[in-house]
Design a protein. Sequence first.
Length: 576
Amino acid sequence: MSSLSSLQGSSGKLLRRIHRACRPSLDEPNIALNLEICDLINQKQGNLPREATIATVKLINSRDPQVSELALTLLDYIVKNCGYPVHLQISRKEFLNELVKRFPERPPFGYTRIQRLILGTISEWVQTICKTSRYKEDLGYIRDMYRLLRSKGYDFPSVKSEDAAVLNPSDNLKSIEELRDEEHVAQSAKLQELIRRGRPQDLKEANDLMKIMSGFKEDESYEQTRQQVHEELDKVGRKADLLDEILTNATNVGSLDTSDGTVQELISAIKVAQPKLQKIIQEESDDDESVQRLLKLNDKLNIVLQKVALLTKGDATAAAQIKVPGGAPTMNLIDFDDDDVDDNSPVSNYPSGVSAAAISSSGMAASTGDAIADLLSDLGGLTFDSNHNPQSTTLGGGAINLLGTPEPEKKATKSAAATNYLLAGFGAPATSAAAAASVVSPTSATAQFDPFQFNLSSKPSSSLLNQSENLKITYTVNSKQASSVDLTFHFSNLTITKQITQLQFSLAVTKQFDLNLKSPSTLSLSAGVTDGISQAATISQKEHKPFDNLKLKFKCSYQLAGIPIEEQGVMSVSLK
């Protein structure tokens, strides 16, 4: 400690505070001191993120378990509060090797508390910043260490949703200037790290980065930043539409329940977005079309907040007179016929609740006009891989080491049958025609494996009805007669940390058909459950005419972690 007291400047101040925060005499973490260390790193930047991570990981390997646990807590604070400059440092091979320095080559029968905490920390990084960070491409070595430990047989604990939420991107609106400032901090941190490494390829990348930072080379990220801001503005508009629907219902009742968590969250999001929106209007002053659109959004937010104020005071009559422009139309499940929706329009064939990712994976055109889709995107911004495929790596020595890890090899292509088995229940798209052709037919499979030629029935295949970020709805054709069909709808929870409750599925058919929709098997879905709810339906042609196609209009409402969400749409279903 005497050598630390002789250090001058920000580095000495930082190291002294780190050692104070990890003193073995402390019974619990000093939260105030941990936050003070984070503030110092954010203010000074420079080489402090690197020095902080090096000093902390050395303390994690202390022989005193109390010091190690305090250092792990401090590292958690630094990672969650200091952004990309620290994320870049914890993704270095040297840091990760030091972090797992005391891990044996093969997992012990029982983990120590420090080992469990380290495994939980790495798992949290992989499930958050390695997937949702804007700079996730720079964090590849964290994923490599995760795969290496899994290949050695180490088990990782599950990630708590509240811990993951801290590391995931904030849902609050940011102006272009704020995002550009964050980009500049990230570029400075990366430039310093590239120069420190000093390899020829690193120096070449550093030279290109310096040209961008000095303005001699066009920065392609500016348009990406601008596009990101406008996407966030669209989400704010959808939140305003949803809040207006809630306020309209409250107007009919005569009062607004301000204690409702959803109402509070929506009001808070709109109030936070207002000053940022005004700043964005100033930044976009050169684009008249963009300014007009932003001014309309600003007017919408003002009107919604005015309506909130009137309902809070109990003046439902005055609130009913206020009309919010651009509200989303509601779907009518009663008046439904073939002529109601144009088959050539995107909404006629594809559900409006499908997310962009789901549309991309299923080949569907994007639908528009859904005010409920993408509600509070932070609820679905986090995705977790359930299918880990660790690489086997040959290493010398008796400890885990990432320095000797070769570049990840390309995964061998598996047969169609094996792929179908491995991906069963994970929402994989239907196999291609070529792959399907190679699969043995049920008849030949029965003849091959059943010497007594029993008639073994195969399970009906599922077809996709709708898929969003949270919920997947599929259906199977149980039996098909000439003028009737029996269907079963299956519901899967695509999130891994949030429970779906109070699920209600409504269905409508055109006027030529009769519908008998049975009760669902249950109303709740635990996180990550596939086909956890089933609901049967029988559809028959009124005049007993044969049919091979159906047009279905559906609406599915549920609560995701207590927040109400509704998905709806129209689908043309082929029964051939």
